[in-house]
Write a protein that binds this ligand. Sequence first.
Ligand code: NAP
Length: 541
Amino acid sequence: MPTLIAVPLHVLDPEAALGEATLARDLGANVVEFRLDGAIEGPESFDAIESLIARSPLPCIATCRPSWEGGHYEGDEGTRIDLFERLIASDRPPAHIDIELEAFARTPGLESRLGGALSGARVPPPRLIVSMHDFGGRPADLARRLLHLRTIDIASVHKVAFRARSLRDNLEILDILAQRDRPTIALAMGEFGLLSRVLAPKLGAYLTFASLRDASATAPGQPTIRELIDLYRFREISPSSRVFGIVGWPVSHSLSPAVHNAVFESARQDAVYLPLPIAADEGDAEGTYASLKGTLLDLLAREELALAGVSVTIPHKENLLRLAIEQRDQPTTTLPWRIEPIALRCGAANTLAVLHDHILVTNTDAPAALACLRNAGVGIASSRVVVMGAGGVGRAIAVALADAGAEVLLANRSIERSRSVVSDANAPSARLRAMVLDDIPDDADAYVNATPLGMSGGPAPGASPISAEQIARTRAGTVFFDTVYRDQETPMLEAAKNLGRECVDGLSMFVLQAAAQSELWLASPAPLALIERVARERLAR
Ligand code: NAP
């Protein structure tokens, strides 16, 4: 049976709830969950609730979550149980009633009471969802609670939800679903838990939750129904779907899921692409490496997940290369690892592909940047290029340009960093030289901004690594290429454009690096125009 999409709705005003339920239906939901926590004011409210359920445009789940399980209901437990009995006996009952596992411990005899009501029902009664939630994290006594869940015979569906504190917590959800003995809803809450929600059809879950709109999310990390259906192509996800994603921290605003899922759709691929957040601690480089390594190896080891490729972004690019070198030399995975020379030269990798007989790690940033310069008319081998910024991207572009025969001046605000890149790169000294930003010459063929200067939301949105006066002193035809891709017109590009210089924005590089990843994963040419359109649309939001 296909995995259902349920939209939770907090019921305060029944008419408003019906309107929202109709909207949920129109957006593609299969089920609505009426959260009745705030709607029960005693038995006198039962008629209105019964009428709401009878008029629902979609099958519904009736839930009244008490405060002791993370909900808002603070009334008397007896009244809550009376409501459930009334709904079970109704001529037009809800499709499901959700009741917490903990309720059976709190109310002795509850199972036989509800069992009696179910067997006495005049029409097919609701299916009971017996649920357990932990908003703090994975419960320490999870195994015991799962065993307890199995002892409740009247449960038609099990529901297990806990807050994921890392991406790895999703793997426990995979296990719970793999070991289910009846229809099961299992999900991890919070930013780290999105995988469990989106991959519900792949993992065989009975149902997943999606919010009607962002502000109405009843649980942290819940995608909206539009995201689930349009962005992640939820209806196309099946047990055979291959999984891809972007590893980084933070990744929630990445353009990559929109871009790669659109490519999968256009290429009719049975695949889905997700944000894969792996937290980083600036003050603990070894701890950050350990979490990238542990998480990625755990995800790769799960055959049922079918992780087929990842993009890797800040701050894990250097760590991916380090992991690949370790695995190349002493593999712990079934498949051997190979590293493309460009990644070793750049000192960083942004792409991993699980191919049929090996795991390939490479860098698509540097070739994309070189392609941008070539497309703008720069003849790399005979050119003189100033790369401004000696961080991960600056280093990759500078080394790749020097390897391709360009004369490269790598300029940083502190000379130490550019010097260390130059000495690590071991390129011919005539081709790669270190300098400070203040000393850059006027006569280069191209200038590349590889700092975050000029990026909105960055450290200096109004700044440029090269002044407008200096841009005015460059030759006509000089190329200005800004790797910043969140803004199409950074201060550097604006000044260069006003002076009639050739301009290339960072989105062109983003498009080409994404296209190279896609070609590696899908072994077919990437739709460049589609990638560019989707990326520009996302940025314009
Ligand atoms: P990174 O490793 O953190 O390096 C940042 C660089 O910028 C360093 O050289 C740093 O110099 C310099 N910098 C930072 N703030 C500065 C300031 N206020 N003044 C002068 N220099 C400053 O970052 P990265 O990974 O290389 O990324 C750099 C940029 O590349 C990002 O902003 C991003 O927009 C862009 N990018 C584009 C794409 C694409 O596809 N278009 C992909 C990835 C990244 P210090 O050494 O002195 O700190």
